[in-house]
Design a protein around this ligand. Structure first.
Ligand code: NAP
Length: 358
Protein backbone atom coordinates (compact mmCIF):
# COMPACT_ATOMS: atom_id res chain seq x y z
CA UNK A 1 0.00 0.00 0.00
CA UNK A 2 1.31 3.47 -0.92
CA UNK A 3 1.73 5.88 1.98
CA UNK A 4 2.70 9.55 1.63
CA UNK A 5 2.86 12.44 4.10
CA UNK A 6 1.27 15.50 2.57
CA UNK A 7 1.09 19.26 3.22
CA UNK A 8 -1.67 21.61 2.09
CA UNK A 9 -0.48 25.17 1.41
CA UNK A 10 -3.49 27.51 1.43
CA UNK A 11 -5.38 25.06 3.65
CA UNK A 12 -7.67 27.79 5.04
CA UNK A 13 -8.96 28.88 1.59
CA UNK A 14 -11.88 27.52 -0.38
CA UNK A 15 -9.82 25.10 -2.49
CA UNK A 16 -7.76 24.19 0.61
CA UNK A 17 -10.98 23.29 2.44
CA UNK A 18 -11.98 21.04 -0.45
CA UNK A 19 -8.56 19.35 -0.27
CA UNK A 20 -9.10 18.53 3.38
CA UNK A 21 -12.57 17.05 2.92
CA UNK A 22 -11.27 14.94 0.01
CA UNK A 23 -8.06 13.84 1.75
CA UNK A 24 -9.50 13.07 5.19
CA UNK A 25 -9.90 9.36 4.36
CA UNK A 26 -7.53 9.06 1.40
CA UNK A 27 -6.02 5.57 1.11
CA UNK A 28 -2.52 6.82 0.12
CA UNK A 29 -2.20 10.45 1.32
CA UNK A 30 -1.94 11.38 4.99
CA UNK A 31 -2.27 15.15 5.60
CA UNK A 32 0.42 16.02 8.12
CA UNK A 33 0.90 19.79 7.64
CA UNK A 34 -1.53 22.66 7.08
CA UNK A 35 -0.09 26.01 6.04
CA UNK A 36 -1.44 29.44 5.09
CA UNK A 37 -0.51 33.13 5.50
CA UNK A 38 1.05 34.69 8.60
CA UNK A 39 -2.42 35.81 9.72
CA UNK A 40 -3.51 32.16 10.18
CA UNK A 41 -0.15 30.86 11.43
CA UNK A 42 0.17 29.47 14.98
CA UNK A 43 -3.63 29.13 15.35
CA UNK A 44 -5.47 25.83 15.33
CA UNK A 45 -7.09 25.13 11.96
CA UNK A 46 -10.52 25.61 13.52
CA UNK A 47 -9.56 29.04 14.94
CA UNK A 48 -7.90 30.15 11.70
CA UNK A 49 -10.90 29.25 9.54
CA UNK A 50 -13.87 30.00 11.87
CA UNK A 51 -16.67 31.57 9.79
CA UNK A 52 -14.55 31.26 6.60
CA UNK A 53 -15.62 27.58 6.26
CA UNK A 54 -17.50 27.57 2.94
CA UNK A 55 -18.47 23.97 2.25
CA UNK A 56 -21.80 22.31 3.03
CA UNK A 57 -19.81 19.32 4.32
CA UNK A 58 -18.56 19.89 7.92
CA UNK A 59 -14.93 20.65 8.79
CA UNK A 60 -13.23 17.24 9.31
CA UNK A 61 -12.67 16.62 13.04
CA UNK A 62 -9.15 15.26 12.50
CA UNK A 63 -7.83 18.65 11.27
CA UNK A 64 -9.54 21.00 13.75
CA UNK A 65 -6.68 21.01 16.28
CA UNK A 66 -3.73 20.97 13.89
CA UNK A 67 -1.63 24.13 14.25
CA UNK A 68 -1.45 26.07 10.97
CA UNK A 69 2.11 26.88 9.84
CA UNK A 70 3.31 29.95 7.96
CA UNK A 71 3.82 28.78 4.36
CA UNK A 72 6.68 31.27 3.82
CA UNK A 73 8.52 31.32 7.15
CA UNK A 74 8.20 27.56 7.86
CA UNK A 75 9.06 26.44 4.34
CA UNK A 76 12.12 24.36 5.30
CA UNK A 77 10.35 22.61 8.17
CA UNK A 78 7.33 21.83 5.96
CA UNK A 79 9.51 20.52 3.13
CA UNK A 80 11.28 18.20 5.56
CA UNK A 81 8.09 16.83 7.11
CA UNK A 82 6.15 15.88 4.00
CA UNK A 83 6.68 13.94 0.77
CA UNK A 84 4.94 16.64 -1.30
CA UNK A 85 2.51 19.57 -1.01
CA UNK A 86 -0.74 20.62 -2.64
CA UNK A 87 -0.75 24.39 -3.20
CA UNK A 88 -3.79 26.69 -3.68
CA UNK A 89 -3.02 30.22 -2.52
CA UNK A 90 -4.30 33.69 -3.23
CA UNK A 91 -1.19 35.87 -3.69
CA UNK A 92 0.37 37.98 -6.47
CA UNK A 93 1.45 35.77 -9.37
CA UNK A 94 5.20 36.44 -9.03
CA UNK A 95 5.06 35.57 -5.31
CA UNK A 96 3.25 32.29 -6.05
CA UNK A 97 5.85 31.46 -8.70
CA UNK A 98 8.67 32.07 -6.22
CA UNK A 99 6.91 30.16 -3.43
CA UNK A 100 6.30 27.09 -5.59
CA UNK A 101 9.80 27.11 -7.00
CA UNK A 102 11.28 27.48 -3.51
CA UNK A 103 9.42 24.35 -2.30
CA UNK A 104 10.52 22.44 -5.39
CA UNK A 105 14.15 23.48 -4.78
CA UNK A 106 13.82 22.19 -1.20
CA UNK A 107 13.11 18.80 -2.84
CA UNK A 108 9.40 19.00 -2.03
CA UNK A 109 7.23 18.37 -5.14
CA UNK A 110 4.38 20.87 -5.59
CA UNK A 111 1.00 19.88 -7.02
CA UNK A 112 -0.47 23.27 -7.80
CA UNK A 113 -3.94 24.66 -8.39
CA UNK A 114 -2.54 28.13 -9.07
CA UNK A 115 -2.05 29.61 -12.52
CA UNK A 116 1.40 31.18 -11.86
CA UNK A 117 3.48 28.32 -13.34
CA UNK A 118 1.04 27.11 -16.00
CA UNK A 119 2.84 28.81 -18.87
CA UNK A 120 6.30 27.56 -17.95
CA UNK A 121 7.42 25.28 -20.80
CA UNK A 122 8.80 22.45 -18.65
CA UNK A 123 5.95 22.45 -16.09
CA UNK A 124 3.39 19.77 -16.99
CA UNK A 125 -0.33 20.65 -16.91
CA UNK A 126 -1.93 17.26 -16.55
CA UNK A 127 -5.42 15.87 -16.94
CA UNK A 128 -4.50 12.23 -16.22
CA UNK A 129 -7.00 10.69 -18.67
CA UNK A 130 -5.72 12.91 -21.49
CA UNK A 131 -2.03 13.79 -21.34
CA UNK A 132 -0.41 11.60 -18.67
CA UNK A 133 2.59 11.25 -21.03
CA UNK A 134 3.54 14.90 -20.26
CA UNK A 135 4.84 13.63 -16.90
CA UNK A 136 8.13 12.91 -18.70
CA UNK A 137 8.89 16.65 -18.93
CA UNK A 138 9.50 16.59 -15.15
CA UNK A 139 12.98 15.15 -15.80
CA UNK A 140 13.86 18.28 -17.86
CA UNK A 141 12.38 20.57 -15.21
CA UNK A 142 14.45 18.88 -12.50
CA UNK A 143 17.58 19.52 -14.59
CA UNK A 144 16.70 23.24 -14.78
CA UNK A 145 15.90 23.47 -11.06
CA UNK A 146 18.93 21.31 -10.20
CA UNK A 147 16.80 19.05 -8.01
CA UNK A 148 16.71 15.29 -7.47
CA UNK A 149 13.07 15.03 -6.39
CA UNK A 150 11.55 18.54 -6.35
CA UNK A 151 9.35 19.75 -9.23
CA UNK A 152 6.10 21.59 -9.95
CA UNK A 153 3.09 20.06 -11.72
CA UNK A 154 -0.04 22.13 -12.32
CA UNK A 155 -3.75 21.68 -12.80
CA UNK A 156 -5.41 23.54 -15.63
CA UNK A 157 -8.03 26.24 -15.11
CA UNK A 158 -11.47 24.91 -14.14
CA UNK A 159 -13.13 26.64 -17.14
CA UNK A 160 -11.58 24.24 -19.70
CA UNK A 161 -12.19 21.09 -17.69
CA UNK A 162 -15.48 20.30 -19.44
CA UNK A 163 -14.68 21.01 -23.10
CA UNK A 164 -11.06 19.78 -23.31
CA UNK A 165 -12.00 16.20 -22.26
CA UNK A 166 -14.89 16.23 -24.76
CA UNK A 167 -12.72 17.41 -27.68
CA UNK A 168 -9.63 15.29 -26.88
CA UNK A 169 -11.07 12.02 -28.30
CA UNK A 170 -11.90 13.97 -31.49
CA UNK A 171 -8.35 15.19 -32.18
CA UNK A 172 -8.05 12.39 -34.78
CA UNK A 173 -10.56 14.38 -36.91
CA UNK A 174 -8.20 17.38 -36.76
CA UNK A 175 -10.25 20.18 -35.20
CA UNK A 176 -9.38 23.53 -36.77
CA UNK A 177 -11.46 26.00 -34.78
CA UNK A 178 -13.34 25.90 -31.50
CA UNK A 179 -15.75 28.38 -29.97
CA UNK A 180 -16.63 27.80 -26.31
CA UNK A 181 -18.93 29.89 -24.13
CA UNK A 182 -18.68 28.92 -20.49
CA UNK A 183 -21.36 29.42 -17.82
CA UNK A 184 -19.39 29.29 -14.59
CA UNK A 185 -20.54 28.59 -11.04
CA UNK A 186 -19.98 31.01 -8.16
CA UNK A 187 -17.74 28.56 -6.25
CA UNK A 188 -15.16 29.16 -9.01
CA UNK A 189 -14.83 32.66 -7.59
CA UNK A 190 -14.46 31.27 -4.06
CA UNK A 191 -18.01 32.48 -3.27
CA UNK A 192 -21.36 30.96 -2.31
CA UNK A 193 -24.83 31.86 -3.60
CA UNK A 194 -25.95 32.81 -0.08
CA UNK A 195 -23.25 35.42 0.47
CA UNK A 196 -23.10 36.94 -3.05
CA UNK A 197 -26.00 39.41 -3.43
CA UNK A 198 -24.93 40.69 -6.86
CA UNK A 199 -25.19 37.29 -8.56
CA UNK A 200 -28.77 36.62 -7.49
CA UNK A 201 -31.15 36.87 -10.50
CA UNK A 202 -28.15 37.93 -12.56
CA UNK A 203 -25.43 36.97 -15.07
CA UNK A 204 -22.06 38.74 -14.94
CA UNK A 205 -20.36 38.78 -18.36
CA UNK A 206 -16.75 39.10 -17.15
CA UNK A 207 -14.34 36.86 -15.25
CA UNK A 208 -10.88 38.40 -15.03
CA UNK A 209 -8.21 36.62 -17.17
CA UNK A 210 -10.52 33.61 -17.70
CA UNK A 211 -10.87 33.88 -21.48
CA UNK A 212 -7.10 34.20 -22.01
CA UNK A 213 -6.51 31.05 -19.92
CA UNK A 214 -9.35 29.18 -21.63
CA UNK A 215 -7.90 29.89 -25.07
CA UNK A 216 -4.26 29.02 -24.27
CA UNK A 217 -4.31 26.16 -21.77
CA UNK A 218 -6.01 23.55 -24.03
CA UNK A 219 -3.23 24.04 -26.58
CA UNK A 220 -0.61 23.14 -23.96
CA UNK A 221 -2.58 20.04 -22.92
CA UNK A 222 -2.79 19.00 -26.58
CA UNK A 223 0.90 19.85 -27.12
CA UNK A 224 3.93 17.59 -27.53
CA UNK A 225 7.24 17.25 -25.73
CA UNK A 226 10.09 18.40 -27.99
CA UNK A 227 13.63 19.45 -26.99
CA UNK A 228 12.88 19.46 -23.24
CA UNK A 229 9.78 21.66 -23.65
CA UNK A 230 6.06 21.18 -24.05
CA UNK A 231 5.33 22.72 -27.45
CA UNK A 232 1.66 23.82 -27.64
CA UNK A 233 -0.62 22.58 -30.43
CA UNK A 234 -0.52 25.07 -33.30
CA UNK A 235 -3.23 23.56 -35.52
CA UNK A 236 -6.27 24.63 -33.50
CA UNK A 237 -7.59 28.13 -32.84
CA UNK A 238 -9.86 28.72 -29.87
CA UNK A 239 -12.11 31.63 -28.94
CA UNK A 240 -14.12 31.83 -25.73
CA UNK A 241 -16.51 33.95 -23.67
CA UNK A 242 -16.73 33.21 -19.94
CA UNK A 243 -19.79 34.25 -17.93
CA UNK A 244 -20.54 33.98 -14.20
CA UNK A 245 -24.01 32.52 -13.56
CA UNK A 246 -26.08 31.99 -10.39
CA UNK A 247 -25.21 28.30 -9.94
CA UNK A 248 -23.46 26.99 -6.80
CA UNK A 249 -21.19 24.34 -8.42
CA UNK A 250 -20.64 23.09 -11.97
CA UNK A 251 -19.24 24.86 -15.03
CA UNK A 252 -21.21 24.35 -18.26
CA UNK A 253 -19.78 25.03 -21.73
CA UNK A 254 -21.62 25.56 -25.03
CA UNK A 255 -19.11 24.35 -27.62
CA UNK A 256 -18.88 24.71 -31.42
CA UNK A 257 -16.19 22.82 -33.40
CA UNK A 258 -15.08 22.57 -37.03
CA UNK A 259 -12.86 19.75 -38.29
CA UNK A 260 -10.48 19.26 -41.21
CA UNK A 261 -11.56 15.63 -41.57
CA UNK A 262 -15.33 15.75 -41.15
CA UNK A 263 -16.72 13.02 -38.84
CA UNK A 264 -20.33 11.85 -38.84
CA UNK A 265 -22.44 12.41 -35.76
CA UNK A 266 -22.24 8.70 -34.86
CA UNK A 267 -18.47 8.67 -35.29
CA UNK A 268 -18.21 11.44 -32.69
CA UNK A 269 -20.44 9.59 -30.21
CA UNK A 270 -18.48 6.37 -30.79
CA UNK A 271 -15.17 8.16 -30.17
CA UNK A 272 -16.50 9.44 -26.83
CA UNK A 273 -17.66 5.97 -25.80
CA UNK A 274 -14.50 4.23 -27.04
CA UNK A 275 -12.24 6.78 -25.32
CA UNK A 276 -13.49 5.50 -21.96
CA UNK A 277 -12.25 2.01 -22.83
CA UNK A 278 -8.72 3.29 -23.53
CA UNK A 279 -8.35 4.77 -20.01
CA UNK A 280 -6.65 2.35 -17.68
CA UNK A 281 -5.63 4.41 -14.66
CA UNK A 282 -7.32 2.59 -11.76
CA UNK A 283 -6.33 5.31 -9.31
CA UNK A 284 -8.30 5.91 -6.07
CA UNK A 285 -10.00 9.06 -7.46
CA UNK A 286 -10.51 7.83 -11.05
CA UNK A 287 -14.11 7.83 -12.23
CA UNK A 288 -15.32 4.43 -13.45
CA UNK A 289 -16.52 6.17 -16.62
CA UNK A 290 -14.89 9.49 -17.60
CA UNK A 291 -17.17 10.75 -20.43
CA UNK A 292 -20.95 10.36 -20.17
CA UNK A 293 -23.10 11.20 -23.19
CA UNK A 294 -26.77 11.99 -22.49
CA UNK A 295 -29.33 11.36 -25.25
CA UNK A 296 -32.01 13.39 -23.39
CA UNK A 297 -32.39 16.79 -25.06
CA UNK A 298 -32.38 18.72 -21.76
CA UNK A 299 -29.16 17.28 -20.29
CA UNK A 300 -26.55 17.73 -18.92
CA UNK A 301 -27.86 20.03 -16.17
CA UNK A 302 -25.56 21.42 -13.50
CA UNK A 303 -27.84 20.52 -10.59
CA UNK A 304 -28.59 16.99 -11.80
CA UNK A 305 -25.28 15.93 -13.28
CA UNK A 306 -22.35 17.76 -11.63
CA UNK A 307 -21.85 15.04 -8.99
CA UNK A 308 -21.75 12.16 -11.47
CA UNK A 309 -18.92 9.73 -10.53
CA UNK A 310 -18.26 11.71 -7.32
CA UNK A 311 -17.81 14.92 -9.30
CA UNK A 312 -15.08 13.40 -11.51
CA UNK A 313 -17.05 12.64 -14.70
CA UNK A 314 -17.51 14.91 -17.71
CA UNK A 315 -21.11 15.10 -18.94
CA UNK A 316 -21.89 15.80 -22.59
CA UNK A 317 -25.16 16.26 -24.44
CA UNK A 318 -27.05 17.88 -27.33
CA UNK A 319 -24.56 16.93 -30.06
CA UNK A 320 -25.92 18.23 -33.37
CA UNK A 321 -24.85 19.79 -36.68
CA UNK A 322 -24.35 23.52 -36.79
CA UNK A 323 -24.86 26.02 -39.61
CA UNK A 324 -21.62 27.98 -38.95
CA UNK A 325 -19.32 25.31 -37.46
CA UNK A 326 -19.49 21.55 -38.17
CA UNK A 327 -20.96 20.50 -34.81
CA UNK A 328 -22.14 21.94 -31.50
CA UNK A 329 -22.74 20.35 -28.10
CA UNK A 330 -22.97 21.09 -24.36
CA UNK A 331 -20.64 19.82 -21.66
CA UNK A 332 -20.40 20.09 -17.89
CA UNK A 333 -17.88 19.38 -15.13
CA UNK A 334 -17.81 19.97 -11.38
CA UNK A 335 -15.50 22.97 -11.02
CA UNK A 336 -14.25 22.48 -7.46
CA UNK A 337 -13.98 18.67 -7.67
CA UNK A 338 -12.78 17.63 -11.17
CA UNK A 339 -11.90 21.27 -11.91
CA UNK A 340 -9.88 21.97 -8.77
CA UNK A 341 -9.00 19.96 -5.66
CA UNK A 342 -10.02 16.45 -6.69
CA UNK A 343 -8.46 16.86 -10.14
CA UNK A 344 -5.22 17.79 -8.36
CA UNK A 345 -5.53 14.75 -6.07
CA UNK A 346 -6.00 12.53 -9.15
CA UNK A 347 -2.88 14.07 -10.71
CA UNK A 348 -0.94 13.41 -7.47
CA UNK A 349 -2.15 9.80 -7.48
CA UNK A 350 -0.84 9.42 -11.03
CA UNK A 351 2.53 10.94 -10.05
CA UNK A 352 2.69 8.70 -6.97
CA UNK A 353 1.86 5.64 -9.07
CA UNK A 354 4.62 6.55 -11.54
CA UNK A 355 7.18 6.93 -8.73
CA UNK A 356 7.65 10.72 -8.82
CA UNK A 357 6.68 11.53 -5.22
CA UNK A 358 9.11 9.48 -3.10
P1 NAP B 1 -9.04 31.75 -1.10
O1 NAP B 1 -10.28 31.13 -0.59
O2 NAP B 1 -8.92 33.22 -1.12
O3 NAP B 1 -7.83 31.16 -0.19
C1 NAP B 1 -6.53 31.64 -0.35
C2 NAP B 1 -5.53 30.87 0.51
O4 NAP B 1 -4.24 31.47 0.28
C3 NAP B 1 -5.79 30.99 2.03
O5 NAP B 1 -5.44 29.78 2.63
C4 NAP B 1 -4.82 32.09 2.45
O6 NAP B 1 -4.42 32.01 3.80
C5 NAP B 1 -3.64 31.74 1.55
N1 NAP B 1 -2.71 32.86 1.44
C6 NAP B 1 -2.97 34.14 1.11
N2 NAP B 1 -1.82 34.88 1.19
C7 NAP B 1 -0.84 34.03 1.56
C8 NAP B 1 0.55 34.18 1.82
N3 NAP B 1 1.16 35.36 1.70
N4 NAP B 1 1.25 33.08 2.19
C9 NAP B 1 0.65 31.89 2.31
N5 NAP B 1 -0.66 31.67 2.09
C10 NAP B 1 -1.40 32.73 1.73
O7 NAP B 1 -8.68 31.25 -2.56
P2 NAP B 1 -9.19 29.90 -3.33
O8 NAP B 1 -10.50 30.14 -3.97
O9 NAP B 1 -9.03 28.73 -2.42
O10 NAP B 1 -8.13 29.82 -4.50
C11 NAP B 1 -6.77 29.51 -4.24
C12 NAP B 1 -6.02 29.30 -5.54
O11 NAP B 1 -6.62 28.23 -6.26
C13 NAP B 1 -6.04 30.52 -6.47
O12 NAP B 1 -4.79 30.62 -7.11
C14 NAP B 1 -7.13 30.18 -7.45
O13 NAP B 1 -6.93 30.82 -8.69
C15 NAP B 1 -6.97 28.69 -7.56
N6 NAP B 1 -8.18 28.00 -8.00
C16 NAP B 1 -9.38 28.19 -7.38
C17 NAP B 1 -10.52 27.48 -7.81
C18 NAP B 1 -11.84 27.58 -7.13
O14 NAP B 1 -12.73 26.82 -7.47
N7 NAP B 1 -12.02 28.47 -6.16
C19 NAP B 1 -10.42 26.60 -8.84
C20 NAP B 1 -9.20 26.43 -9.42
C21 NAP B 1 -8.11 27.11 -8.99
P3 NAP B 1 -5.13 32.93 4.93
O15 NAP B 1 -6.47 32.33 5.19
O16 NAP B 1 -4.19 32.81 6.08
O17 NAP B 1 -5.21 34.32 4.38
Amino acid sequence: MKNFNVGVIGATGMVGQRFLTILKDHPWFNVKVLAASSSSANKTYEEAVKEKWKLSEKMPEKFKNLIVLDAMKNMKKIAEEVDFVFCAVNMPKEEIKNLEEAYAKLECPVISNNSANRNVEDVPMIIPEINASHIKIIDSQKKRLKTKKGFIAVKSNCSIQSFVPAISPLLCFKPTKILACTYQAVSGAGRTLEEWEEIKDNVIPFIKNEEEKSELEPLKIWGEIKNEKIVPNKEISITTQCLRVPVSDGHTAAVFVSFKEKPTLDEIKNKWEDFNKTINLNLPSSPKKFLHYFEEEDRPQSKLDRNLENGMAISIGRLRKDSQYDYKFICLSHNTLRGAAKGAVLMAELLADEGYLK
